[in-house]
Design a protein around this ligand. Structure first.
Ligand code: ME8
Length: 525
């Protein structure tokens, strides 16, 4: 442990319908950061969960002829089992129906009311049920919800309001140049131009037209409406305002709240304003990534199996899916998900580059040395170049991961994989093997390969939960050489003893056949 804490969160997801690969994206990214920080010795708190209140859930439960609680219980279970299948290492799973969360939200609401930051008035405007968002006339797009494009309903009701406008100036300061509170930086101008410059309006924070919500303790007719309930999860999960708030004191403020772009404004404006009102420190960073889209549209549930994370993990393996999500999508930008791109990545980066490197190397160590590398070692051409690149890689990976640049961090690791493969082509071990006088050099080449693979097996660990241990088993890498810091040394002690030629790490997929079979599955053929 390095004595430092790291607190990372995903949004709490709505328990709506079928889960798709888009849901896994934020969680896999957050999990990668959590694993990386743990490897670096941080005391990590990684939080995810489910957002279980609101009119939409009340309606869906009624359609399914179950109570809202029965409905959310079932879906929270689905999320939990998906995260366990994807080897997500969240330390906590919060549900907004947890009694501790409910009690803390009720207190937060009362505190803000006592302070005058929440007041009673009347709301009149437009409401989008699927998005649970209120809109003014001018915000509508062609008369529909500006976020999802669906029809809105006219609403008029007594409501409590949060005095968001009071925090206008302090919030504006958050998006000035040089402040990296909101990342990627291009999202700052969205906050300034779309919300702050036109002037913030106070926010409706209670409803009387449905029951499935946290009751306002001092006014029976009202339930707390979405954002005060949902956003508070980041502190109630740590025990804020409960008898045991040790974790809150230890982990707050969060290092990063991760989410896709559509809910950035809630996290970058409303949440900081709530924290200011509560006199609490702000999270260090809010990071809004792009969407994983299908054919130009946001991912929908109707595409069935093709984007079902459980099917994808079953078909291609967990590490391939996690690798693809983080490699293919430049973090921050939108990206198109396609089975073709996925298979392409599996075949080229995983089967050809990494898989082949490990199988070629282990097979040669077995063939030429019976699995055990001898001394002495003889230096030769290309060694310094390989060693230099491998030694530079961990620093690049750390710098990029600290900025949540997963795709470029993986690209750096794959540069090391390619450099090592190239080293095989340069040193021509099969030619060295033909000459007895080259035994020392051959052993040295094998050792350089093994050492590069050892370092690569460490660097991929935050991204891939399964592959590092498979590589280590084949290559017989001693456990005492696999800590994160061990990636930063290229030692010349030949540790490879009893190497075996294992199964391919990532079997190649026949693209044509696979796409045909996926087409059939998607059309029910
Ligand atoms: O918004 N591409 O919940 P939600 C990338 N309950 N990310 C995606 C995605 C896609 N196609 N689909 C979903 C809510 N996501 C609220 C949040 S937080 C206090 C309350 C991910 O279930 C992404 O992180 O609609 C997005 O922000 C989140 O799911 C929305 O989840």
């Amino acid at each position: 442990m390095n004595g430092k804490t790291y607190y990372i969160t995903t949004p709490i997801y709505y328990p709506s319908g079928k889960l798709h690969i888009g849901h896994s994206y934020t969680t896999v990214a957050a999990d990668t950061m959590a694993r990386y920080k743990r490897l670096q010795g941080y005391d990590v708190m990684f939080l995810t969960g489910t957002d279980e209140h609101g009119q939409k859930i009340e309606r869906m439960a009624a359609e399914n002829r179950v109570t809202p609680k029965e409905y959310v219980d079932r879906i929270a279970m689905n999320f939990k089992s998906l995260w366990s299948l994807m080897k997500i290492t969240n330390d906590r799973f919060i549900r907004t129906t947890d009694p501790g969360h409910v009690a803390s939200v009720q207190q937060i609401f009362r505190m803000l009311h006592d302070k005058g930051d929440i007041y009673k008035s009347e709301y009149e405007g437009w409401y989008c049920i699927p998005c649970e968002s209120f809109w003014t006339e001018t915000q509508l797009k062609d008369g529909n919800c500006p976020d999802c494009g669906r029809p809105v309903e006219r609403t008029r009701e007594e409501s409590y309001f949060f005095r968001l406008s009071k925090y206008q100036e302090r919030l504006t300061a958050l998006f000035e140049d040089g402040n990296d509170f909101l990342q990627p930086a291009f999202r700052r101008s969205e906050m300034l131009n779309n919300f702050l410059r036109p002037g913030l309006e106070d926010l409706c924070v209670s409803r009387t037209s449905f029951q499935w919500g946290i009751p306002v303790t001092f006014d029976d007719a009202h339930v707390v409406y979405v954002w005060i309930d949902a956003l508070s999860n980041y502190i109630t999960a740590l025990g804020y305002l409960s008898a045991d708030d040790a974790d809150f004191r230890k982990y707050w403020p969060a290092d990063v709240h991760l989410m896709a772009k559509e809910i950035v404004r809630f996290h970058a404006l409303i949440w900081p304003a709530m924290l200011m009102a509560l006199d609490l420190p702000l999270p260090k960073q809010v990071y809004g990534h792009g969407w994983l889209v299908l054919d130009g549209g946001k991912m929908s549930k109707s595409k069935g199996n093709v984007i079902d994370p459980i099917v994808l993990v079953g078909k291609y393996g967990l590490d391939a899916i996690r690798y693809f999500l983080l490699r293919e999508v430049p973090f921050g930008a939108d990206s198109v998900f396609s089975n073709e791109a996925l298979i392409q990545r599996i075949n080229s980066d995983l089967a050809n580059d990494l898989g082949n490197l490990v199988s070629r190397t282990s097979a040669m160590i077995v063939k030429y040395f019976g699995g055990t590398l001898p001394e002495p070692l003889e230096p030769g051409e290309f060694d310094d170049d390989l060693r230099g690149l491998l030694l530079d890689t961990p620093g690049h990976v750390e710098r990029l991961l600290d900025k949540l640049q997963f795709s470029t961090a993986l690209a750096e690791i794959w540069k090391a994989v390619s450099r090592t493969n190239k080293y095989i082509d340069e040193t021509l071990p099969w030619a060295l093997a033909k000459e007895e006088s080259q035994r020392g050099r051959l052993a040295s080449v094998m050792h350089h390969l093994a050492e590069s693979i050892r370092i690569i097996s460490i660097l991929i660990e935050p991204f891939m939960p399964e592959t590092p241990s498979k590589i280590r088993q084949v290559m017989r890498i001693p456990a005492c050489m696999t800590a994160w810091e061990d990636a930063k040394a290229f030692s010349l002690h030949p540790w490879a003893i009893g190497v075996t030629a294992g199964e391919p790490l990532f079997p190649r997929i026949d693209m044509k056949k696979e796409l045909e079979s996926l087409d059939k599955a998607a059309t029910g053929g």
